[in-house]
Design a protein around this ligand. Structure first.
Ligand SMILES: NC(=O)c1ccc[n+]([C@@H]2O[C@H](COP(=O)([O-])OP(=O)(O)OC[C@H]3O[C@@H](n4cnc5c(N)ncnc54)[C@H](OP(=O)(O)O)[C@@H]3O)[C@@H](O)[C@H]2O)c1
Length: 285
């Protein structure tokens, strides 16, 4: 990798499942690293072979220790329930100068730090599923060891698959509720718009195309104009027109209040899960 203050020669992606593979794809496509610099692991020979074939990287069934030992950036794309085991597996080979990124978004930094048992830069990232089409929204929290240069490396990785925001760790539950789970809410919106089109006699194909592009285009306009969505919404309304009659209906059914409550409820749910995880850690000493 060139043009970066912190030199990253080798990247390990432990557990190249959906998320791990999406990150490898982004890293290679954005030129953050070349295929020869990346090692991935999976559980089965089949998956390892598939990842090797797809990306041209070295991929092994197992081999987490070897991959971690030889890398200066380690991405843990491991299931939250398995992260303690994987950290135990790689702990002894961790060394000075490495950066650790966990995308097991629910796992607090404290848990990872306790698992590695050494002072090192650790990042907790919450990406969302559109990373597979390089339109992910990722929020990242860093521990106290991370420098500005480490952050720049991590930012490049996630920028390869979408947009990145750095947040304080306390914000992670709200992030999970907004962008982590958010695609599910928007799929429901798209689904319902399609159903509306169908109800009014549009074909499946036309309804789907128009609904998906409407969501995509509306989001793009928010991003590119930088205008508040309320202003953009107002621009679509003509007095006594069609749009305002629909908006009246959406307000009557509380669309906005519903989404605000959804994010609030999901944040609280995520908070209680985080608390439970920290409690469990305390009990296990
Ligand atoms: N997908 C998302 O949208 C998303 C979003 C945010 C965060 N995340 C986080 O990303 C992490 C991974 O999620 P995912 O959706 O990518 O999971 P996934 O698709 O189920 O991938 C799991 C992968 O791990 C491999 N694996 C299992 N045991 C292993 C072992 N002992 N050693 C090496 N590899 C092993 C499996 O290999 P085999 O195929 O060979 O069994 C599989 O490829 C989770 O912590 C999740 O919370 C995911």
């Amino acid at each position: 990798m060139s043009g970066m203050a912190r030199k990253i020669e080798r990247i390990a992606v432990l557990w190249a499942g959906n998320m791990g593979a999406a990150l490898i794809g982004g890293i290679l496509k954005a030129g953050v690293a070349k295929a020869g610099q990346v090692t991935a692991t999976a559980r089965s020979e089949e998956r390892a072979a598939e990842v090797a074939r797809q990306f041209g990287v070295r991929a092994t069934a197992g081999g987490n220790r070897e991959a971690a030992a030889g890398s200066d950036l380690i991405i843990l794309a491991v299931k939250a329930t398995k992260i303690a085991g994987v950290l135990e597996e790689i702990r002894e080979v961790l060394h000075e100068g490495q950066i650790l990124i966990s995308v097991a978004a629910a796992v607090p930094l404290q848990v990872i730090e306790a698992g590695v048992r050494r002072r090192m830069p650790v990042f907790r990232a919450m990406p969302n599923i559109p990373v597979v089409v390089e339109e992910g929204a990722t929020a990242v929290a860093a521990n106290g060891e991370a420098t500005a240069e480490d952050r720049a490396v991590v930012e490049r990785i996630f920028r390869a698959v979408g947009v990145v925001c750095f947040v304080e760790e306390e914000a992670m539950d709200a992030v999970t509720a907004l962008s982590g789970s958010g695609p599910a809410y928007i799929y429901m919106v798209i689904e319902a718009l399609i159903a509306g089109g169908l109800k009014m006699g549009l074909s499946h194909e036309v309804s789907t195309r128009l609904a998906e592009q409407t969501v995509l285009g509306a989001a793009k306009l928010v991003r590119e104009t930088g205008l508040h969505p309320a202003i953009l919404r107002d621009q679509v309304i003509t007095p006594g027109g069609v749009t305002i009659s629909a908006i009246h209906e959406l307000e009557r059914h509380g669309l906005r209040a519903m989404l605000i409550s959804a994010v609030e409820t999901a944040t609280n749910h995520s908070r209680s899960r985080t608390r439970a995880m920290l409690e469990q850690m305390k009990h296990e000493g």
